[in-house]
Design a protein around this ligand. Structure first.
Ligand SMILES: Cc1cc2nc3c(=O)[nH]c(=O)nc-3n(C[C@H](O)[C@H](O)[C@H](O)COP(=O)(O)OP(=O)(O)OC[C@H]3O[C@@H](n4cnc5c(N)ncnc54)[C@H](O)[C@@H]3O)c2cc1C
Length: 454
């Protein structure tokens, strides 16, 4: 019998009409443990791994998971990442899958293996060598990163909110700058320029406005945020929150303007340096801190991964079933999948799409293992919400009975916004653990500072 390269798991044998009649457990490899991939690995582990029907492996370049929509709160300091990170090894043990640390580096479709890059520690020493992992079904879910459109200076001088480390680093430097400003007195000014007025950019602006004021209340007596902090949001398009309904954009703009945040539209950023940024119209926007939150692209590794079809932002092109166009054994989900939607558009890169795709592919894998063809995925847009920190939440959601959308704002919108994260926790831990976790956090909030102070 042929052997797999990792984990000593027997290879599958092709059965009738594409059915997967495995001689040993079917090998499912999920690459990327984010909003979509971790939910999928958890479901598959619970359903197939626990009963020995499949061997499920999750591969991720990080050791811990944090739901990406929380990153702007980590950056602003309203959330401590250590309280919300989930250890992949623990989740793997609880839900009967195997965790492999390392970044996807290559794919050999003929041999049905992926290559995982060597893992190197901070001192440059090798922790794990480059390895191959064999699969029968592969799911790629490595998400996206921000797109700097090759704008000069972004890599060197701007922060992104692509991962937990970047968000944490931004917050630490910002707190240091506030301490410095407190010591130096009112002459010291901190300019924060946020590029991109999508949901991430505007949410970050509102969150920062609030948390900096709360931080100042914890003993920074000489620090006056109203005079010393200046926030600007710069957007290339004609209005903020492109793609969202007018009333959400208008409500958001009103809140930001009332807070004193400068919102510049139709201003395309052409360069970033240590002092700030320049726009195509010749405008200079000062910025000791520049955060790049405009557009997405996927990692270069997907550009020609084993000959799979990809688009100009490196997303893998998939069929309506979410199988890659050139290989039925490979699925792509979440931000890294270009899945057909409506009017020639693709499914938007959102946590709700990643969540839906994970459930869909989990069912498709079941069907394939029974010898049935996977069904087409249909994206259901449940609405959009924009959280402006403690100030407001605006958006629209789909009704429970009809598919009509309703405007929501205020505390109800905030409740729905928070429940999106709770839904993710539910998918990862089940209802009772989610409920206990929610209760524990509500109690802990009474005994902790309102913002992260270091
Ligand atoms: C600040 C911010 C706020 C957001 N807010 C919202 C919101 O309010 N609502 C909403 O719907 N969406 C929001 N989004 C978008 C949402 O986060 C994404 O659409 C969603 O996380 C995509 O899920 P995913 O599983 O495709 O990828 P991700 O959740 O990004 O997960 C990708 C995983 O792949 C791993 N990975 C990456 N490269 C490799 C590699 N080469 N090898 C192995 N592993 C790899 C990463 O470590 C990560 O664990 C927000 C995004 C950001 C950045």
């Amino acid at each position: 019998m042929e052997r797999a390269l990792v984990g000593d798991i027997p290879r599958r044998q092709e059965g009738r009409a594409g059915a997967l009649s495995a001689v040993g457990a079917h090998r499912i490899v999920v690459v990327g443990g984010g909003a979509g991939g971790l939910e999928l690995a958890t479901r598959l582990g619970d359903r197939l791994g626990r009963r020995g029907r499949a061997h499920v492996t999750l591969v991720d370049r990080s050791r811990t998971h944090l739901w990406k929509p929380l990153l702007h709160e980590v950056a602003a300091g309203s959330m401590d990442m250590h309280d919300h990170q989930l250890d992949y090894l623990a989740q793997a043990r609880w839900h009967r899958f195997t965790f492999a640390l390392g970044a996807l580096a290559a794919l050999d479709r003929a041999a049905r293996t992926i290559t995982v890059a060597a893992v190197i520690d901070d001192e440059g020493g090798e922790i794990l060598p480059q390895r191959q992992i064999g699969y029968d079904t592969l799911v790629i879910a490595i998400g996206s990163e921000s797109n700097d459109f090759n704008t000069p200076g972004v890599r060197e001088h701007a922060f992104t909110l692509d991962n937990t480390w970047q968000a944490h680093l931004f917050h630490r430097r910002l707190v240091n700058a506030c301490f410095r400003a407190n010591y130096a007195g009112v002459g010291e000014r901190i300019d924060i320029a946020i590029v991109g007025a999508g949901a991430t950019g505007v949410e970050l602006a509102a969150e920062l406005h609030n948390t900096i004021r709360v931080l100042a209340g914890y003993g920074l007596e000489n620090f006056d945020p109203a005079r010393q902090i200046h926030l600007t949001v710069v957007e290339a398009g004609p209005r903020i929150l492109a793609g969202l309904p007018d009333h959400i954009a208008e409500g958001t703009l009103r809140v930001l303007t009332d807070l004193g945040v400068d919102v510049l539209t139709s201003e395309k950023v052409v360069s970033v340096d240590a002092k700030g940024l320049k726009t195509a119209s010749g405008r200079d926007v000062p910025g000791n801190f520049v955060v790049w939150a405009a557009g997405i692209r996927c990692a270069d590794v997907l550009a020609d991964l084993g000959g799979l079809e990809s688009n100009r932002i490196n997303q893998l092109v998939v069929k309506p079933t979410l199988q890659c166009t050139r290989d039925d054994d490979i699925f792509a989900i979440g931000d890294c999948a270009a899945a057909p939607w409506k009017d020639g558009r693709t499914v938007p890169p959102r946590a709700q799409s990643a969540h839906q795709m994970a459930s869909h592919v989990s069912k498709s894998i079941d069907r394939r293992m029974r010898g049935e063809a996977p069904l087409a995925y249909r994206y259901r847009d449940f609405g959009s919400l924009v959280s402006l920190g403690d100030y407001d939440t605006v958006g629209q959601i789909m009704g429970f009975i009809s598919s009509e959308k309703f405007r929501v704002e205020g505390w109800f919108a905030r409740f729905v916004y928070i429940s999106l994260y709770r839904q993710h926790i539910w998918a990862l831990h089940g209802f009772w653990r989610m409920a206990l976790d929610t209760l524990a956090r509500m109690i802990r909030r009474q005994t902790e500072p309102k913002v992260k102070l270091h």
